[in-house]
Each structure stands twice: as C-alpha cells, then as structure tokens.
Design a protein around this ligand. Structure first.
Ligand code: HEM
Length: 125
C-alpha cells in the first residue's frame, strides 16, 4: 500500500477537527456567541479528536517512516499541555486563554511539519 495514501484520511480528519476547534474557540474568545455548555463541550470534543488524530498519525508514521514522526510526537505533547491548562484552570478571557490558543497553533504547525516529512520520506523511498 502507498504510505501517503494511508495517511490521507487521518490527515484530513486532523485538519477538520482542528478547524472546528479553532472556530468554536475563537467564537468564544471574541464573544461572537454566548459560551453555552453545549458549544464549549463541542469545542472540547473537537479538540480531543484533534489530539486523537495526531496520536494516530504519529503511531502510523512511526511504523512507515520512523525518523519523520518526531514533530508529531512533539505536537502531541504540546496539545496535552494546552488541554491540561484549559481543563484545569480558568482560561476564559485571560492570558492563559491566549497561551492555550498559541500552544494549539504551534502544535498544528508541528503536526503539518511531521506530515510533510512523512510524505517526503515516502516519495524518496
Ligand atoms: C484537547 C484539546 C482541547 C481542549 C480540552 C480545550 C478546552 C478548552 C476549554 C475548557 C476552554 C474554555 C472555554 C470556556 O470556558 O469559555 C477553551 C477555550 C478556547 N480554546 Fe480550547 N481546547 C482544546 C483544543 C483547542 C484547539 C485545537 C484550539 C484551536 C486553536 C483551541 C482554541 C481555544 C480558544 C481560542 C479558546 C478561547 C479562550 C478564551 O476564551 O480566552 N482549543 N478550550
């Protein structure tokens, strides 16, 4: 089986979950809609799906192109830190909220780096 094809679904799933979490989070941050329990829970679920898909991708890439998985493992760690901050501290409307957003953006950048590396490895193999 062609490795990049293997990663395509998880990659698209990861990007969709991230976008959903980002939109719901930004709407909350800029007060575009009231932060109801339902919307916050939807944001948390999208965020957890983002975490799960980075984890799945890191595991897959680790098998097909081990050297390329580093940024994905790093992204997973950064998401975990960002999630713990959000779940156990009051982050709404303060600096911790911005830190949470920055950590998630950083994690997405690292995940994209890992995806690009895995594709390059597969193309040159
Ligand atoms: C496991 C992943 C995640 C968890 C558990 C999580 C959890 C939370 C929680 C509990 C809040 C506070 C909501 C409130 O009470 O008003 C929040 C806010 C927010 N989240 Fe997430 N989140 C996750 C992923 C993400 C991702 C991937 C992004 C996208 C970049 C993101 C961006 C934001 C933003 C912008 C806010 C608003 C902060 C504010 O009001 O100052 N989160 N998140």
């Amino acid at each position: 089986m062609n490795p990049p094809q293997n990663l395509k679904f998880t990659t698209m799933f990861l990007r969709t979950a991230f976008l959903l979490a980002l939109l719901l989070g930004l709407g909350d941050m800029f007060g575009l809609w009231p932060a109801t329990r339902l919307l916050v829970d939807a944001h948390i679920i999208a965020g957890l799906l983002f975490l799960g898909s980075v984890w799945a991708l890191a595991t897959k890439v680790n098998k097909t192109a081990p050297g390329a998985a580093g940024p994905l493992w790093a992204a997973l760690f950064v998401i975990l830190v960002g999630a713990v901050i959000a779940l156990f501290m009051k982050i709404s409307g303060n600096l911790l909220g911005i830190l949470h957003l920055v950590l998630m953006l950083l994690a997405m950048g690292m995940a994209e780096m890992g995806i690009a590396r895995a594709k390059r490895r597969a193309a040159s193999a």
